[in-house]
Ligand binder design. Structure first.
Ligand code: HEC
Length: 215
């Protein structure tokens, strides 16, 4: 299982088998805080997928990120998955496993510049439009008015085969929020996520969700 060890290191510390730092869009800093058994389960799953031969160009990273990237990997600090009875601790673990922080805390070129989970992280589309992540703290400019049930349903709604899919024309609002992936979580895990978010300090930050190109 040498390949398994390399995968374990890549997922939890951000270093590839060729000793290169992985671009931090891959949330290895979060994964390095999980329970060893959960990482091993993911590796077992990946190992079970059919192998497909692909090729892709070498990555190119602009200055100064090409240097900064090497300073980000960290030794993993694995933990034990908390008992779901402790909703907040368990919710925080689920939150880490789902890597919500990466998109919901504003950062520029890998450096955090915003308050924890107050949103505003910018995703620029090739046409020049800008999408920003939401404030998911419990402030009225965030999800302060959402109750637990509403929060859970907002995610599980995507499991409904009748969920209205709206076609998106070029230049219109679209999202990178992985709604469909998270919709597969259990209601218990989503509820625990909410319980954890309730413990995060509320931040007053009104985010403009989307700016079309040219504005
Ligand atoms: C790949 C980036 C990304 C990740 C990862 C991500 N989000 Fe989001 N999220 C966004 C963006 C961008 C938006 C704003 C657009 C939208 O509403 O879809 C958003 C919107 C939301 C909203 C809607 C808030 C509102 O006011 O309508 C909630 C709630 C939310 N995210 C919670 C989470 C949680 C909880 C997680 C982890 C389980 C998570 N997000 C992970 C990018 C992300």
């Amino acid at each position: 299982m040498a390949g398994g060890l390399q995968l374990f290191r890549a997922i939890t510390t951000g270093v590839t088998k060729d000793n290169k730092a992985i671009f931090p869009v891959m949330p290895y800093l979060d994964y390095g805080k999980l329970d060893e058994s959960d990482i091993l389960a993911v590796i077992a799953y990946i190992r079970n997928l059919p192998s497909i031969e692909t090729s892709f160009p070498e990555r190119e990273i602009d200055f100064p990120m090409n240097f900064i990237i090497n300073t980000i990997p960290q030794r993993a600090s694995l933990t034990t998955r908390p008992d779901p009875i402790d909703q907040v601790a368990y919710g925080k673990y689920v939150f880490t496993a789902a890597a919500c922080t990466e998109c919901h805390t504003k950062a520029v070129k890998g450096k955090i510049v915003g308050e924890y989970l107050a949103g505003g992280f910018e995703f620029e589309f090739p046409d020049g439009s800008v999408l920003r992540s939401s404030n998911i703290t419990k402030h009225s400019t965030g999800i302060g008015l959402w109750d637990r049930e509403f929060f859970i349903n907002r995610f599980t709604a995507y499991n409904d085969p009748l969920f209205p899919l709206t076609p998106v024309a070029p230049g219109e609002f679209q999202t990178v929020m992985p709604w469909y992936m998270y919709a597969g979580m259990t209601r218990e895990d989503l509820g625990a996520l909410y319980d954890y978010l309730e413990t995060v300090p509320p931040v007053d930050n009104l985010v403009e969700r989307f700016t079309p190109a040219g504005l």
